[in-house]
Every structure is written in C-alpha cells, then in structure tokens.
Write a protein of this length. Sequence first.
Length: 368
Amino acid sequence: MKIYNACLVALLLLLAACSKMDDTYKEFIKNGEIPYAGSVDSVKVFPGDNRIKLSWLVSDPRVTKAKIYWNNNSDSMDIVLKRQYDVDSVSVILAPMAEGAYSFDIFTFDDEGNKSIKVSTTGQVYGERYVSSLLPRPVKSALYSDGQVAISWGSADTHVSGTKIRYTDADGVMQQVTVPVDSNNTLLPNFNFSDNNDLAYTTVYLPDSSAIDLFETAYETIPVKGPPVEYAKTGWTATASDFDEPSGRGPANAIDNKSSTVWHMSKVAGLTYPHTITVDMGVVNPAYGFTFIQRTPLDGPLKLIEIEVSNDQATWEALGSFTLASTADKQYVELTEAVSFRYFRVIVRSDYKNGNFTALAEVGVYKR
C-alpha cells in the first residue's frame, strides 16, 4: 500500500510538471507557429585591404534578401538575392572598412518578411598599420660582373609571396622582375652599372591564404657592388704548416700568379688534414673576398676550407667555412661584408678524393 501511494504521488507530480511545460510552450505559440526563413550555410570570410569579402550558400527557395550586421549592429548592409538554382552562392564585398577585427551577423528573409536564425562569423581587415609592420626580404649581396647582377636573398617571412625588382638596363629601359618566394638567387642581365644605378625592390605579402589583396612594403634600395678587383701580390710572402719537400712545391707557388705551379701538401705517411697556408700581404687591405684556382688537371681538388684573418698574427678572426667547387675556373669566395686585414690563412679540411693531401695553384684577395 505504501508503494502504491508513493507511485501515485510521483505520477501526480509528473503530470503537474508537464502541465507547466505546456503552459510555457503555449505562451510562445499562442499566435501560431513562428515561421523562419532558411539560414545561410557554409559562410567563408576573405580578408582584404580596407575591405572584406563574405560568401555563403542559400538553399531555401523562399529566401530573397539577406542582411549583414557588424560593429554591434551599428552598421549593416542589405542584399537582394536573385535566385537561379536550388542552392545559390552569394558573395559580398564590404568596403571601405577600417582596419581591425570584426564580428558579423547574417540573416536572411523571405518575401513575407520572415527572418532566419542568426549566423555569425568573424574576419580581419588589413590596412596601413599592417603594412607598416612588414619587413623587406633580406638581401645578402648584389654583385655586378660581366654585364649582369647576381642577387643572393636571405630567408623570407612565411607570409611573403614574392619580390619585385626595378632597375635600368644597359639600353636605358626600366625593367621590372618578379622573384618567386622560393628563389634564393636572382640574375639580372644587361645591367647598366654605375655609381648611382642601384636596384629598388619591394616585398609582396599575402597575410592569409584566403586574402583577396596583396600588400607591398615601401621600396628599398639595394646597393650594387662593382666587379671584383684583385690585389697585386707583389711583396706577398707565404708559409705553410707543411709542403711536399722532396719536390720543392712550397707555399710560395700559391701566390706567384702562375696556375702551372702549386703548393703541394706533404705526402708524408700518417700526415693528414688539416693543412694550412698563411699569407702576409705586407699592408692592411680592405677585402670583399678571396680567389682560388685549383690545380689542373683536376686531381682531388680542395673541397672544404676555413679562412681566418689577422692584423698582428696574434689574434685571428674566423670568417667561416667554405666549400670550393671541383672546377678549373677561378673561384670567388664572397664575404658578407668588407673586412680589413694584413694576414690571412686558409685551413684546408678535405679534398674531392677523400685523401690525406692535395695541391692548390693560386690564392688571392679582391676588393670591389
């Protein structure tokens, strides 16, 4: 009996609760069901330069208008929709727009004025503030030689899409070249080299993969360095950590301006890399780089080297490691900036035969 009474009380409470829920529901539909227009679908946002593009899909055949609100509903735009298909694609550009982040609310309407449920999205508008934050792509060097300029580029920002270069060619014609972002080296032919004919370039940014506009940095000047001019080796002296004494091919052969003579490293059993040659130029010279001529015919030519410089032979400055090519042509090892020194030494670390020694025909220093 007690169980029966408890079940009866629970049933009465449930019926009372349902009655209250019905009363609440009836309050909202006392004037009939509320009809809604179909909402937009697949909303996409495309940022731009003081503008923004919104797109979406409409599938409800009754929908004939749309309205976009932003800035806390203080700004809006009405769009009349001309339906053509079961599912129509709608695209709208809002402009001009102040730079900044935005939140958008989109509603649709049918001919009877019925409104859809709100669909919200966010987007970014770019402008002068964004442009002022952009950095030009670094330039390692721009070197003129034989009628052309070779540009070496540093790493680009992840949002860089390319670089534009302007220059005057040897015929007096203004040229513009677009450099892809994945290009680390650019060659400009038929260049008119003069003291006041520098290059100008701008870096192009795409802030977002869906952006509808590109942005450019202010044009920067690239100073072009002239062709390499080697210092005369008159008065130079050279010493080495070792050389092939039986043949007499000592370090002086590497600075005698004769590619037919060589500094041959020692062939003594058990002696291996590194081998070092040190040169005294007699005076301090500003330099942009070094020249090398491999022994010919090529037979295990120099491969990995290190270069150090000094003004007193007590303190040495390391300029870096470099890999020479296996070629009989004169090679130019360009420094990132000019360095002044009297003494330099080349530390040979390996050759192209993976041997214990090799030979060098000539080494030199150049300015620009």
